[in-house]
Design a protein around this ligand. Structure first.
Ligand code: GRF
Length: 189
């Protein structure tokens, strides 16, 4: 049995799917949710589902060794980012090499980098006149959206689609694939 931590600081719809997916799983359990926003809805979701939460303070987060040590005391094996916007400190990336993944709401390497998150991505995709978009699940390093790609899935964009309807299509892909891809990775580790 592997112990999974989720880092999330937003609405938490992916975190909810991941927690629920692994609730009865023999492969892994979500043991901890880390968040850097005190008012993020994801905190209430995790608490309602019985997952312990921790609020991150920026200075403590970047203090070398701090988070890695905290995760070690909780026997965390693997980290899934789901709407977490801070870059990870390099000591954490090194301590969990090959064991931290993120989901990006577009087809990397396009529509990536600092500031490209949430609706900003879908607005940029619409403005570029793309006829498809999708999701990318990738390993995490010290730079935004640059880690090795693990999985991608795409969906068509119709001319009448808006950033909102694009976001809905992308979220549907996220819910469909992220928990399963995590499960495959956790089985291998
Ligand atoms: C998702 O679209 C994910 O791709 C991105 O952040 C968003 C989080 O949404 N990394 P939610 O909080 O899971 O609803």
């Amino acid at each position: 049995m592997k112990n999974l931590a989720i880092f999330a600081s937003g609405t938490g719809s992916n975190a909810r799917r991941i927690i629920e997916y692994f609730m009865q799983s023999p492969v892994a359990q979500v043991r901890l949710l880390l968040c850097n926003k005190p008012d993020a809805p994801v905190l209430g979701i995790a608490e309602a589902l019985g997952v312990p939460t921790l609020l991150l303070d920026r200075a403590a987060f970047y203090q070398p060794g701090n988070v890695a040590q905290l995760l070690a005391t909780r026997s965390i094996d693997f980290i899934a980012l789901a709407g977490f916007l801070w870059l990870l400190p390099s000591c954490l990336v090194q301590a969990f090499e090959g064991r931290i993944v993120n989901i990006h709401p577009a087809l990397l390497p396009r529509f990536s980098g600092k500031g490209m998150y949430g609706m900003h991505v879908h607005q940029a995709v619409k403005a570029a006149g793309e006829n498809q978009t999708g999701i990318t699940i990738h390993y995490v390093n010290e730079r935004y959206d640059e880690g090795q790609i693990i999985f991608q899935a795409s969906c068509p964009i119709a001319p009448e689609d808006t950033p909102d309807t694009i976001a809905q299509k992308v979220h549907a892909l996220e819910y469909q694939h992220y928990p399963q891809v995590l499960e495959q990775l956790l089985r291998k580790k």
